[in-house]
Design a protein around this ligand. Structure first.
Ligand SMILES: [Zn+2]
Length: 217
């Protein structure tokens, strides 16, 4: 049985009156790729497996800590089997944007770069804020924003991006995640989450439609 009741919960938090931010009234949908029995890519650090689905969840969790600390509302997308259903879940929650968090895999254990995927024009605009922030934060080779959202940016109409911030099959990437699990505080997981937050803030600052515009000063 899936815990969709929990995963479908939208957390709405508010800032004190007068503290208007670009995020006012916005809901960020966060999809942690795979899960629900599906691992995604699997890497290894000195014989210890690192599973993409776990990394995706960890990044989402770190990002949600930052969003919560800043009073930003978010929605955990249910880890449904169908990507179309995941997008529908995000839209049903009234989400304004969607980040589908993935990490890459390769049989080459030294392949490592940052890439993002989009489909629609509004995805490309959104990704143009999220992707460069991740590139800056991780300092890996930039393979750019590609046209192919693997379903997550195909369905629905909300702006979305599917991120593949680094490779869990890369030995450095895998060992970095073990460090994270052991309590390290400046790993790729935290850097990626902070970059996503920074990208979201920049996006909504530049694209505050309707009531948001002009209220920040
Ligand atoms: Zn994936």
């Amino acid at each position: 049985m899936k815990n969709t009741a929990i995963l479908g919960l939208a957390l709405l938090l508010t800032l004190p009156v007068g503290a208007a931010t670009p995020f006012d009234g916005k809901i960020i949908a966060l999809d942690a790729g795979h899960g629900n029995g599906e691992t995604g890519a699997v890497g290894s650090c000195n014989g210890t497996s690192v599973v993409e689905a776990d990394v995706n969840i960890a990044v989402r969790s770190e990002l949600e800590k930052i969003l919560t600390a800043n009073g930003v509302a978010y929605h955990d997308v249910a880890q449904l089997d169908s990507r179309q259903d995941r997008v529908a879940d995000a839209e049903a929650a009234g989400s304004d944007v969607l980040i589908s968090i993935h990490h890459n895999g390769s049989t080459n254990i030294s392949a490592d770069y940052t890439q993002s995927f989009v489909t629609q024009r509004n995805d490309k605009i959104f990704a143009s804020y999220i992707h460069p922030a991740i590139v800056d934060a991780l300092g890996l080779p930039d393979k750019g924003i590609k046209n192919d959202g693997y379903g997550m940016t195909v369905y629905g109409s909300l702006p979305g991006v599917l991120t593949e911030s680094y490779f869990v099959t890369d030995t450095d990437g895998a060992c970095d995640f073990i460090d994270y699990q052991n309590g390290a505080t400046n790993t790729r997981v935290q850097k990626e989450a902070q970059a996503m937050y920074d990208g979201l803030a920049a996006y909504f600052s530049a694209n505050t439609g309707g009531g948001g515009r002009g209220r920040d000063k």
